[in-house]
Design a protein around this ligand. Structure first.
Ligand code: NAP
Length: 485
C-alpha cells in the first residue's frame, strides 16, 4: 500500500468514473483555526451530477455480478489503504474541519471500521428458504442490491459519515454517488484516491464536491436511475430531501439531528458521571449529532455537580487541531459562533446564569469558544429545544425520576440519550422509557461499528452500521419455483 503525504492526498477535483474532473468554477476551503484558504475545489454542477448518476448506472451490472468475496477483497484493500495513511488523513481532516489531530485519526479509524465490517457482511448476508406449501413448489427470499444509490453528508464527520454509507452500499452490490459537505470536501476526495489505488472499479464510487447543494441535491434525489438516497444532516433539510425522493418512490435513510439529554440521578457515581458527560459533550467541540444538549441533574446533587464541572472545565485545553494535548478546536464557522452566542444570550435573558466561560477566546481566533457552563436553564428556553452544536453545558434541575424522564422525552427528536445511576431497578425502568434510538448508561461514548446507529422520532429513518446496515441497500425478492414432481 502506498504511503502518502498530505500533499499527495490533497485532491481538488470531482471524482467521476475513476477520473479526476476539473472545472473552471471552483470554491474555497478554509482552515477554521486560522481562516487561511487551504484549497480551491472543483464546483460540481447539476450536469456533472447527472453524468455521475449515469456512470454509476453503467457500472452497476459488472459490480453486482462480482462474487461477494471479490467485493469483500476490494473493500478490505481500501480499508488497508486508509489505515496505512490514517495519520495523513487525520492531518488533512483537522486542517479543514478543526478537530484535534488525535480525534481526527480516531474518526479515520472509526470510518475505516465500517469498510472492514461491511466487507465481512458482504460475505455473510443470505436470504431465506420458506416453508413448503405444496409438493410441487418451493419459495425462497433473495436479497439483492437495490441499484444506484446517492448520498449527501455533513461537515462534522467528513470521513465516517461517508464510509458508513458507501461501505454497505458497495458490499450489497450497489454503486453510489456522494455529495460531501461544502466545508469539508478534502477528506472525501482523499478517500477516492485511496479507493482507486485499492482497485475499486471505475464508476462504482463517485464524489461531487460542490457549492450548489440544492441543485446537485435535486439530481441526486430525483434522477429516475437512483433507487436509494441516504442523508446525514439536519432534520429540516432531511425533510425536504425526503419529499423530493417521494416523487420516484425511492428508498431513503435519514440520519438527522438530535437533542440528547444526559440525566444525572442522585444515586449516580459523580466522578464517573462528570467524566462521561465531558466525553459526550466536548468531542468535536460539541458539534456531534449525539452530543449532550441538555444536562438534567437531580436537586440533591446539583450543587456538587456544578462545582465539579467548574473545576473540570477549567482544565480543558482549547486550541488549533495540530497543537499537542488539545481537547477541542474551533467551531466550524462564524455562523456556528453566532448561533451559540444567541442561544446563550436568550437563556441568560430568561434567567440562566453563566458559571464559567460564555465567550469567544479571541486570543486564539474568532472561532474558538470557551468551555461554558450555564445553570438555571429551563425546558422552555430555545437552548433546550435546538441543537447547540457548541461547547456549552446547559444544566436543568429535576426532583423526581418521572420528571427527569418527562423532561428528557419532551422533544421531537430521538437520537441519543444518556443517564447515570447505580440503582439497577432504576436503570431498568428508565432505559425502557427514554425515547431515543441509542442510549448510554453510565457511559458517554456510544458509537462503534457493531452498534445500530439510528434515530427515532424526527431524528431519522433507517440504520447505519451493525448487522442491520446492509439491508438498507438491498431489496427483498420472493421467488417461487414450480413444476416439482
Ligand atoms: P445540513 O445543513 O442539513 O447539511 C448537511 C448536508 O446537506 C451538506 O452536505 C449540505 O451541503 C447539504 N444540503 C444543505 N441544504 C441542501 C439542500 N437544499 N439540498 C441538498 N443538500 C443540501 O446539516 P449540517 O449543518 O451540515 O450538519 C449538522 C447536522 O447534521 C446536525 O443537525 C447534526 O445533528 C446532523 N448529523 C446527524 C448525524 C446522524 O447520524 N444522525 C450525524 C452527523 C450530523 P452544504 O455543505 O453545501 O451546505
Amino acid at each position: 500500500m502506498l504511503q502518502h503525504t498530505v500533499r499527495s492526498l490533497l485532491k481538488v477535483d470531482a471524482f467521476v468514473d475513476g477520473n479526476w474532473i476539473p472545472s473552471e468554477q471552483r470554491f474555497s476551503v478554509y482552515n477554521p483555526a486560522t481562516g487561511e484558504t487551504i484549497a480551491e475545489v472543483c464546483d460540481a454542477d447539476p450536469a456533472l451530477a447527472e453524468r455521475a448518476v449515469e456512470v454509476a448506472y453503467k457500472a452497476l451490472p459488472a459490480w453486482q455480478a462480482k462474487t461477494a468475496k471479490q467485493r469483500a477483497d476490494l473493500l478490505r484493500a481500501w480499508y488497508q489503504a486508509i489505515m496505512v495513511n490514517k495519520q495523513v488523513l487525520g492531518e488533512l481532516m483537522s486542517s479543514e474541519q478543526g478537530k484535534p489531530i488525535a480525534e481526527a485519526i480516531g474518526e479515520i479509524e472509526y470510518g475505516a471500521s465500517f469498510i472492514d465490517w461491511f466487507a465481512g457482511e458482504a460475505e455473510r448476508h443470505h436470504g431465506e428458504l420458506l416453508a413448503r406449501s405444496a409438493d410441487d413448489k418451493r419459495s425462497w427470499i433473495s436479497k439483492q442490491p437495490i441499484g444506484v444509490c446517492t448520498a449527501i453528508t455533513p461537515w462534522n464527520f467528513p470521513n465516517a459519515m461517508i464510509t458508513r454509507k458507501v461501505a454497505p452500499a458497495l458490499a450489497a452490490g450497489c454503486t453510489i454517488v456522494v455529495k460531501p459537505a461544502q466545508l469539508t470536501p478534502l477528506s472525501a476526495l482523499a478517500l477516492m484516491q485511496l479507493a482507486a489505488e485499492a482497485g475499486i472499479p471505475h464508476g462504482v464510487i463517485n464524489m461531487l464536491p460542490t457549492s450548489q447543494a440544492k441543485a446537485v441535491g435535486k439530481v441526486l434525489t430525483e434522477h429516475p436511475n437512483v433507487r436509494k438516497f441516504s442523508f446525514t444532516g439536519s432534520t429540516a433539510i432531511g425533510k425536504q430531501l425526503m419529499a423530493q425522493c417521494s416523487s420516484g418512490m425511492k428508498k431513503v435513510s435519514m440520519e438527522l439531528g438530535g437533542n440528547a439529554a444526559f440525566i444525572i440521578f442522585d444515586d449516580a457515581d459523580l466522578d464517573l458521571a462528570v467524566e462521561q458527560l465531558l466525553a459526550a459533550k466536548f468531542r468535536n467541540a460539541g458539534q456531534t449529532c449525539i452530543a449532550v444538549n441538555r444536562v438534567l441533574v437531580h436537586d440533591a446533587v446539583i450543587a456538587e455537580v456544578e462545582q465539579r464541572l467548574i473545576t473540570a472545565l477549567s482544565k480543558l485545553k482549547v486550541g488549533a487541531g495540530h497543537e499537542q494535548g488539545v481537547d477541542y478546536g474551533p467551531l466550524i464557522n462564524q455562523e456556528a459562533i453566532d448561533k451559540a452566542q444567541l442561544l446563550q444570550q436568550q437563556a441568560i435573558d430568561a434567567g440562566a446564569e453563566v458559571l464559567c466561560g460564555g465567550k469567544v477566546l479571541q486570543q486564539l481566533g474568532p472561532l474558538f469558544y470557551a468551555p461554558t457552563l450555564l445553570s438555571n436553564v429551563t425546558a422552555t428556553m430555545a437552548i433546550s429545544q435546538q441543537e447547540i452544536f457548541a461547547p456549552i453545558l446547559a444544566l436543568q434541575r429535576f426532583s423526581s425520576e418521572a420528571e427527569a424522564i418527562a423532561l428528557a422525552n419532551d422533544t421531537p427528536f430521538g437520537l441519543a440519550g444518556y443517564f447515570c445511576s447505580n440503582d439497577y431497578r432504576r436503570i431498568g425502568r428508565v432505559a425502557e422509557q427514554l425515547q431515543c434510538g441509542m442510549l448510554g448508561i453510565n457511559v458517554g461514548i456510544i458509537s462503534q461499528v457493531y452498534n445500530a446507529f439510528a434515530g427515532i422520532k424526527e431524528s431519522g429513518i433507517g440504520i447505519e452500521g451493525s448487522s442491520f446496515g446492509l439491508a438498507e441497500y438491498q431489496v427483498t425478492k420472493t421467488i417461487t419455483l414450480g413444476g416439482f414432481t
